[in-house]
Every structure is written in structure tokens, then in C-alpha cells.
Ligand binder design. Structure first.
Ligand SMILES: *[C@@H]1O[C@H](CO)[C@@H](O)[C@H](O)[C@H]1NC(C)=O
Ligand SMILES: *[C@@H]1O[C@H](CO)[C@@H](O)[C@H](O)[C@H]1NC(C)=O
Length: 996
């Protein structure tokens, strides 16, 4: 290099060349430095070992040949392009920006983290900066020195705080600006700096924490081709000036609070292909849409639009997607809709459309989704769809459609759901259905279907749900039904089936809910039904079934069993003679029972001769039994007393206690033990008594006193947590278990300070939470008005606590007894999960087999407890779903109003399948404006309480879904408290969010 410089210097003759030569010599000096700068960049970035991005970056080589480096003709680095290389690390902008000629940095789509240092300001020659799709933290530094930028992408890069909008002021060349999807936690009004950037053709400010009105000035950006402002808090009307953006091909305004009509002259946007203003509060009609001749995708679902769909929409040649569900649209759909285009998606559900289904939407064979539920459509299902093999979802329920279903529809190869419930359709299910290899849901309830079920139905092997209730189907339940091994729900209620129940039903191993009631079924209940491993409800009532109740049924623990009004005979198995099945056998005069009073006692023929003797001896035996029970009760009472006396006595011998601290303690063992006295008792739980301890310094603690009992597995009624059995106290397993629980640190989990153990007693010292439990607040005397915001926060916090237990610890901790009385509230009403893992400590199963221990509380217990003792995290998810239902509805998990065998889950479910909107289930104390928000959470609760554990979401997903269900009002509160809680990022999951 020196050589070169000297040669160059030698060439310098005359004043004219002097300046040039001077700069050339500077150049050659720093060219070597540039290699060092690049090697520094290499040294701080980690790459996946396989990628070899930096294999060409070697000290001795020409830097202009390094992968991703571009130089100018003078040999200076002008571009660094290392996008999508899996790079991790923190960028050294001090070195990067020392590259004096650098014009382009593209490091998008990597795993870069850390802060972006203010040194970025020194990259003053930069024209192109792409740091999008990374995991940076902290704020975006001031960028005002980068005024030459024409391309700026910081999309989805993890930046928080507030964007320095002022920096954009002088970037007059900017054509591309993308800042969206960052967790900016401070909202800004629409940045006026942006509407001065007249060269912008791409503006992406989705999910950017922008509030307020879109300024009229937006119309100045006449070169804009793409304008995306979705997922913000924009309000007011869409400005009229938007009609001046004649180059726009995409306009995305999804999920804001925009009001008013589509502005006049909106139809001038004749290049517009994609328009999405869904999930706003737009009113008015669609007349301006008539002129948008380039439209390919129109999404305006969840607004308040009225009027009819303009006829012109049927003439569009590029339209592929139309999603207008949940509006107030009327009139009929354009008959030519979709006929000229590669139309593939329509969802106009939940409107008031009349008239018939346009026949030609699948003309080009591209149609995948045909969704028109909840309208007032009439006429038949057009035969044209019988050959629409691309169709995956056909949902037309709740209309007034009539006639027969074209045969080919049943067997469409890609169709996963046929939902035609609640219409006036007739005819039978064609045997074409055997070709429906994707069909999972066949929902035909409440129509006028008739005829026999084709045997070939069992070849539709993907079927999960068959719901045919309230129709006129006749004949046999096909004996081949056993081939449907994925079948989960079989509902044939209210038809005219007259065969016996095929034995092969026992092969449908996934069956959970079977309802064959209100038919004319004959013969015996097949023994095989009792062997179904996941059966949860069985309703065979109102048939003509005869014979005995198969003994296999006695082993099932069903949440619903109804065999009433049949012709069954013989004994009711003892294990089924329980309160929960009180009415399950009514109307079967031939049944007998030793336990249920309304039935005749079972007696064998030889006994019949000594009938009276039996009655007499029963009488005396009864009295004898009563005496024994009385004696035992008295004994236990006395024992319990002496037990507590004993433990109180032993409290006074401090040497018998052993304390294990799990945090820094500001109290002594003696202070705690002194306070475990009756007058401080604040609760009796399944696992022991709880005392409130106020220390000398005013600090409050909650002490759980778990006592040992040699009686082992005494179970209380409300909670089945057992009293600690003798062998489990003080064992190494017990200590390890408590130590594991004590290591948990989470804001939504109750703090455990220490444990204090004696030979037969155990104290667990927790933080004291002054506001009691969610159960108390919702249902007990301390009940109080809780707004939806408070309830939502409780739901989300508790979900995070559970998520932490499941996913945040070294090994998952299953709570086993999630219920509203185990969710405590601190002084700010923040929830804390309590009593986690206690079930496991307190009641080991036989042989200390923890995972098989029964725990839980009636009303919260997941159905799988009934058929298998194996439980996992998903059992907690079920119980948490019940808590969510309590929060939304204000009801207890079990209420007499729900009926004998019903709990809150069945009650909510029952209401979802009826016409009644979920909205009606929401607690009357929640104001109408927030009920929609509450319904969102109720939907999550329904997912959590799915019958099959595998179908339930993980707690991680539950947290995500709850975050997405954040009520609007709360968002504003959060925003006001700057920096308090990082604004969660809501992602627009899918443009085409289906209505169901
Ligand atoms: C960046 O520029 C500032 C002056 O604007 C200077 O003080 C600083 O040293 C520069 N940083 C680097 C790494 O060159
Ligand atoms: C933009 O340029 C003007 C005029 O040069 C200057 O006064 C102003 O400070 C610049 N803005 C920013 C943010 O640097």
C-alpha cells in the first residue's frame, strides 16, 4: 500500500492534481483499517457453525471479496449485506460506522440482540438501513444524522420505548419506511414528520402504538403504493384525502377504532388490490367499493356496515377473497360473485343476507372456504359445488336452506367440515361420503334429513364429530361404525333409529361423548361400550333397550350417564348407585337396586322365600351400622381434639422443631410457633389449617399447619386433598419436594419463606395476602363488585403464574388443585397462585407413586381423572378453564341451577350449542360495553375445558390468547402508566380470520 501511495504521489504534478493525490493517499491508508474494522465485526458475531458465512473473511484476503461486502471502484466498502445468515451478537456500530463510504447496511432477519448504540449516528453516508426481524432491546437511537436514507426498515426488531419520530424530519429522500411490530410501550399521536416525506411509496406502521386520527395530510403522500396502519389505536374517520393516493395497491387498517363511512371518492383508488379495514367500527354502506375494479382481497369483517353488497362485486376479475362477516349487511349476494375470478375464500357469516347462494364461486376450481353461517339464506345448495374438489370448509348452518344436498358434496376429497345444521335440508347422506377422506366434522343437526345412514360412512375415516340430532334418520346404526377410530362425538339424538347398538362401537376408541337418546333403539347395551377408554358422557335415554346394565359400565366414571326410559332389567351396579346418577335409571321398571331407594331391592329367588326375614335382618343390621358409624364419628372427633391438643403442646418445645429457611428471614421460628393458635385461625383447607401471624414489626405472614395423621387418606368433602399421612412427613422426598417449591420465584406465585417441621407436624410459612381469594371475591360474603378490567388482570396474572409452574421451572410442576380459592389477591389485586404442588406432598399415592395421586376439587376436576389416574399439565389447564368461566359468568363451578349432573363447563357448553349468544352468559355485573371482551375470555375457557387433554392449549398458549383478549379500556390505562408494563404486541394472525 505504501508503494502504491508513493507511486500515486510521484504522479502528482501540478496544482490541479494536488487535491486528488492528497485524498488518494488518505484512501490507501485507511483501506487497510477497513479490513480490521470488518474483522472486528466478524469477531463479535456468532454464526451457526454450518453456515460458513465468514469463511471468506480472512485477514490476508481482499476484503472486497468477503461474502456480503461490496466495494466501490476506489476499493472502499459501500455495502454490508448479511441478511438471513443466522447471525447473533451485538453490533459494534463504532467500527461499522468508521467505514467512511458505507451506504448500505442490510442485517435483516438475523438473531442480533443488545442495544443499537448511538454510534449508528456516525453512519452519515447511509442510504439503506435494514435491521428488521432481529431481537434488539432498548430504544431506537436518534437517527437525525442519517438524513440521506431512502430505505429504513426496523420492523419487528424488539425495540421498545418510543420511536424518535423527530429523526425523520429531514429524511426527504425516504421511499421505504417500516417500523411496525416493535414493542413500543409509549403511544404517540400520528407522527406529522411522516406526512412530509413526499417520496414515500411504502409506509408500514402496523402495531406501532399510534393513537388518534389519521391526518388529512396523508393525502400528500401521492406516491404511496402500500399503506399499512393496522393494529394501532387509530380513531376518527378515514380522511377524505386518502382518495388522492391513486398509486395505492394495498391499504391495511385492520384492528383500530375507526368510525364513520368509507370516504366519498374512495372509489378513485382504482389500483387498490388489497383492502382490509376489518375489526373497526365503520358504518355506512359499500357503495364506494363498486369502483375498486382491481380488488383482489376485500376484508371488512367485524364492523357495523349496512346496506347491500354492490352488484359490481360480481364483475370483478381479480377478486379472490371476500370477508365481510359480523356486519349488518342485507339483501342478496351478487349472483355472479366469484364467477370471473380465481375466487377462493368467502366468509359473509353473521349478517342478514337473504336470497340464494351464488352458484359460480368455484367456477375456476380454486374455492377453499365457503362460509355463510348465521344469515337468512334460502333456496338449495347449488349443484355446482358438488364438483368443487378444492373446497375445505363448507359452513352454512343457521339459514333457511332447503332441498337435498347434491350427492357429490359428501365425498369432496379436501372437505374437512360440512356444517349444515339448523336449516330445512332434506334427503339422505349419499354413499359418496366414503370418498370424504378429509372429513372431520359432519354437523347436520336440526334439519329434515331422512333415510338410512350409508354403511360407507365408516370409510370417511377422518371423522371426529358426527352430529345428526333432530332429524328423521331411520334404520340401523351401521355395524361398520367401529372403523371410525378418531370419532370423538356421536350425537344421533332425536331420530328414528331402530336397530340395536352395534357391538363394534367399542372399537371407536376415541369416543368421549355418545348421545343416542330419543330413538327407538332395541336390544342390549353392548358390553364393549364400557371399554371405551375416554368415554365421558353416555346418553341412551328414551329408547327401547332391554337386558341388564353391562358390568363394564360400572367401571366408568362418566360425567353424564342417562339410561332412563328404557326397558332395562336386573341390578344397578353399586358403583353406579351414586348421587350423581340419581335420575339416570328412572323409567326402567325392571331395574333393582340395593342402594337407590326409588327401585325395588334386588333379591335372588331363594331369598324371596325368606323375604320378611331379609327385611328384618336388614333393619337390625341397619341399626347396628348406625351405631358403629356413630361410635366412629365420636372417636374421630375426640381423636382430632386430642391430636390438636398434642400438637399445640409440642409447639412449646422449640427444640422439637426444625426450621428450613428458603429466603432471607426477618423472624424467628419461635415467633411463628407462638402465633399458631386458635384465635389466629383464618382458614381450614383440605391440607390443613391456615393461621395469620402478625410479627412484632407489623409484618404479616400466613402459616399453613399441615398435621400428620395415622388415618392416612381421610378425605374432606369439598376438597379431596388428604391429610398428610404419617410416612410422608419429614422424609427426604418430602423435604426435596418442599425445597423445589420454595425455589420458585414468580410475581404471580405465592412466596414460601420457610418450612418448620416437627415429628408429627409441619408448618409452611407464606407471605400473607390481604385480599383473600378469587373465590371469596366472587362467591362469598366478602363478595364485591369486580369490574371486567380487574377480572381480566386476575385471569392473565394467574395464567402467567401457572405458565411459570408448567414451563418456567427445571421440571414442570403440576398444581393439581387449581381453583378460584387457590388464587389469592395481593393489596393491588394482583393474583398469586397458592398451594401449588401441595397435593403431591400431602397425599402420595400407594407406594409413594406421586403422579397417580388423586387431587382436585369437585367442579374443577378434568374428565380424564374419571378414566385414568394419570394427570399432567393439561389437567391444570382444564381447572384453570373453570376458573376463567367463574370470572366471566360470576357463577360457581357447581350450582343447583345447572341441574343434577351438570357443572359450569357443561352449562356453558350447552349454551354454546343453542341459539343463545355467549353474551348472555356474562355476569350481569359486567357493563354491556365490556361484555364482548369477556366473551373472548369465555371462548378461551371453552378451549381449556375440552374433553380430550391433547386438544386443550398449553398454559403458554393460554397466556398468549389472554394477552390478545385484552380489553380496549385496559390498554388505555396501561398506556397512561408509562413504562409500567410493556405493551404487549398483538399480531394480526391472519388476514383471513375466519368467523369460526
Ligand atoms: C462518532 O461521532 C462523534 C462526533 O459526532 C465522535 O465523537 C465519536 O467518536 C464518533 N464515534 C466513532 C466510533 O467514530
Ligand atoms: C432538519 O434540518 C433543519 C435545517 O437544516 C435543522 O434546523 C433541523 O435541526 C434538522 N432536524 C433534525 C431533527 O436534525
Amino acid at each position: 500500500m505504501d508503494m502504491l501511495a508513493r507511486m500515486a504521489a510521484g504522479l502528482c504534478v501540478g496544482r490541479v492534481l494536488m487535491l486528488l493525490c492528497f485524498s488518494l493517499s488518505v484512501v490507501s491508508a485507511s483501506e487497510g483499517d477497513e479490513v480490521q474494522l470488518l474483522l472486528k465485526l466478524k469477531s463479535v458475531l456468532e454464526t451457526p457453525s454450518t453456515a460458513g458465512v465468514f469463511s471468506s473473511w480472512r485477514a490476508g484476503d481482499d476484503k472486497c471479496g468477503f461474502t456480503g461486502i461490496v466495494c466501490n471502484s476506489d476499493g472502499f466498502v459501500t455495502e454490508i449485506d448479511l441478511s438471513r445468515k443466522g447471525l447473533a451478537g451485538t453490533l459494534p456500530f463504532d467500527s461499522i460506522c468508521s467505514l467512511g463510504s458505507l451506504q448500505k447496511i442490510d442485517l435483516g432477519d438475523n438473531l442480533l440482540h443488545g442495544n443499537v448504540a448511538a454510534d449508528l449516528r456516525n453512519c452519515t453516508s447511509l442510504k439503506y438501513l435494514d435491521l428488521g426481524f432481529n431481537s434488539f432491546s432498548g430504544k431506537v437511537p436518534d437517527l437525525s444524522t442519517l438524513s440521506g436514507l431512502d430505505f429504513l426498515n426496523l420492523n419487528n426488531s424488539g425495540f421498545s420505548g418510543v420511536f424518535p419520530w423527530k429523526s425523520l424530519e429531514n429524511m426527504t429522500d425516504l421511499g421505504f419506511l417500516s417500523l411496525g411490530d416493535n414493542p413500543f410501550d409509549v403511544t404517540s399521536p400520528f407522527p406529522m414528520e411522516v406526512i412530509k416525506l413526499e417520496k414515500l411509496n411504502w409506509l408500514y406502521l402496523t402495531n406501532c402504538s399510534i393513537r388518534g386520527q389519521i391526518p388529512e395530510g396523508i393525502g400528500n403522500l401521492t406516491l404511496l403504493e402500500n399503506l399499512e396502519l393496522s393494529d394501532n389505536e387509530l380513531s376518527g374517520e378515514i380522511p377524505r384525502s386518502i382518495a388522492r393516493l391513486g398509486q395505492l395497491w394495498q391499504l391495511e387498517l385492520y384492528n383500530n377504532s375507526l368510525t364513520g363511512k368509507l370516504p366519498l371518492w374512495f372509489g378513485n383508488l382504482t389500483r387498490l388490490m388489497n383492502f382490509d379495514a376489518s375489526h373497526n367500527r365503520l358504518g355506512g354502506d359499500l357503495s364506494e367499493i363498486r369502483f375498486l375494479t382491481s380488488l383482489a382481497s376485500l376484508q371488512l369483517f367485524e364492523n357495523q356496515l349496512t346496506g347491500e353488497i354492490p352488484e359490481e362485486l360480481g364483475e370483478l376479475k381479480n377478486l379472490t377473497e371476500l370477508s365481510l362477516y359480523s356486519n349488518r349487511l342485507t339483501g342478496s349476494l351478487p349472483p355472479k360473485l366469484g364467477s370471473l375470478a380465481d375466487f377462493n375464500y368467502i366468509d359473509v357469516s353473521d349478517n342478514s343476507f337473504t336470497g340464494s347462494i351464488p352458484p359460480d364461486m368455484c367456477k375456476n376450481g380454486e374455492m377453499t372456504d365457503l362460509l355463510m353461517l348465521d344469515n337468512r339464506l334460502t333456496g338449495t345448495i347449488p349443484a355446482t359445488y358438488a364438483s368443487c374438489s378444492s373446497l375445505t370448509r363448507l359452513r352454512l348452518s343457521n339459514n333457511s336452506l332447503s332441498g337435498a344436498v347434491p350427492a357429490g358434496i359428501w365425498g369432496l376429497p379436501n372437505l374437512t367440515i360440512i356444517d349444515l345444521a339448523a336449516n330445512r335440508l332434506e334427503g339422505s347422506i349419499a354413499s359418496d361420503i366414503r370418498m370424504g377422506k378429509s372429513l372431520a366434522q359432519l354437523l347436520l343437526s336440526d334439519n329434515r334429513f331422512s333415510g338410512e345412514l350409508p354403511e360407507a360412512m365408516s370409510e370417511a375415516s377422518s371423522l371426529v364429530s358426527i352430529q345428526l340430532s333432530l332429524n328423521g334418520f331411520v334404520g340401523k346404526i351401521p355395524s361398520t361404525i367401529g372403523n371410525l377410530t378418531k370419532l370423538n362425538t356421536l350425537d344421533l339424538n332425536g331420530n328414528l333409529f331402530s336397530s340395536s347398538i352395534p357391538e363394534s362401537i367399542g372399537s371407536c376408541v376415541a369416543l368421549a361423548d355418545v348421545n343416542l337418546s330419543n330413538n327407538s333403539l332395541t336390544g342390549e347395551i353392548p358390553d364393549s361400550i364400557g371399554n371405551l377408554p375416554t368415554l365421558n358422557s353416555l346418553n341412551l335415554s328414551n329408547n327401547e333397550l332391554s337386558g341388564v346394565i353391562p358390568s363394564s359400565l360400572a367401571l366408568l366414571k362418566l360425567s353424564l350417564l342417562d339410561l332412563s326410559n328404557n326397558r332395562l332389567t336386573g341390578p344397578i351396579p353399586d358403583s353406579l348407585s351414586i348421587e350423581a346418577y340419581h335420575d339416570s335409571f328412572d323409567g326402567n321398571p325392571g331395574l333393582c337396586s340395593q342402594r337407590l331407594k326409588q327401585f325395588q331391592p334386588c333379591i335372588s329367588s331363594s331369598q324371596a322365600t325368606t323375604h320378611l326375614g331379609v327385611i328384618l335382618s336388614c333393619f337390625f343390621a341397619g341399626i347396628f351400622l348406625l351405631l358403629i358409624v356413630f361410635a366412629i364419628t365420636m372417636y374421630l372427633k375426640f381423636r382430632k381434639k386430642s391430636n390438636s391438643l398434642k400438637s399445640v403442646n409440642s409447639l412449646w418445645r422449640p427444640d422439637s422443631w426444625n426450621m428450613k429457611p428458603y429466603r432471607v428471614l426477618s423472624f424467628t421460628q419461635r415467633e411463628i410457633i407462638d402465633h399458631v393458635r386458635t384465635e389466629n385461625l383464618i382458614g381450614r383447607g383440605g391440607s390443613g389449617n391456615v393461621y395469620k401471624v402478625v410479627l412484632g414489626n407489623g409484618k404479616e405472614l400466613a402459616v399453613k399447619h399441615i398435621w400428620a395423621s395415622s388415618s392416612g387418606s381421610l378425605r374432606s368433602h369439598r376438597s379431596s386433598l388428604a391429610i398428610l399421612s404419617k410416612k410422608s412427613t419429614g422424609t427426604p422426598e418430602y423435604d426435596a419436594e418442599v425445597a423445589a417449591l420454595s425455589s420458585i420465584r414468580h410475581v404471580n406465585v405465592v412466596k414460601l419463606y420457610c418450612s418448620i417441621t416437627s415429628e408429627d407436624s409441619h408448618l409452611l410459612v407464606y407471605e400473607y395476602l390481604p385480599n383473600g381469594s378469587v373465590w371469596d371475591r366472587l362467591h362469598e360474603s366478602q363478595k364485591m363488585e369486580m369490574g371486567w378490567d380487574v377480572r381480566y388482570e386476575i385471569a392473565l396474572g394467574a395464567a402467567r403464574g401457572l405458565e411459570y409452574l408448567h414451563h418456567g421451572c427445571a421440571r414442570p410442576i403440576i398444581h393439581r388443585d387449581v381453583k378460584s380459592s387457590n388464587i389469592l389477591l395481593d393489596e393491588e389485586w394482583k393474583p398469586r397462585i397458592a398451594d401449588f404442588g401441595l397435593a403431591k406432598i400431602v397425599q402420595p399415592g400407594p407406594g409413594g407413586n406421586w403422579t397417580h395421586a388423586i387431587a382436585g376439587t369437585l367442579g374443577y376436576i378434568a374428565p380424564e381423572y374419571a378414566y385414568t389416574m394419570k394427570i399432567n399439565e393439561k389437567s391444570d389447564v382444564y381447572s384453570f378453564g373453570v376458573v376463567l368461566m367463574e370470572l366471566v359468568t360470576g357463577r360457581r363451578p357447581i350450582e343447583s341451577e345447572f341441574g343434577e349432573n351438570e357443572d359450569i363447563v357443561r352449562w356453558v357448553r350447552g349454551n354454546t350449542s343453542s341459539e343463545k349468544p355467549l353474551l348472555d352468559l356474562v355476569d350481569a355485573n359486567i357493563p354491556d360495553t365490556l361484555k364482548e371482551d369477556a366473551v373472548e375470555v369465555l371462548r378461551i375457557a371453552i378451549l381449556c375445558t375440552a374433553n380430550l387433554p391433547t386438544v386443550r392449549p398449553s398454559m403458554r398458549m393460554v397466556v398468549q390468547m389472554l394477552e390478545e383478549a385484552e380489553p380496549i379500556s385496559l390498554k388505555n390505562v396501561l398506556v397512561d402508566k408509562v413504562g409500567e408494563n410493556s405493551q404487549q404486541t398483538e399480531e394480526k394472525q391472519q388476514n383471513t380470520k375466519p368467523s369460526s
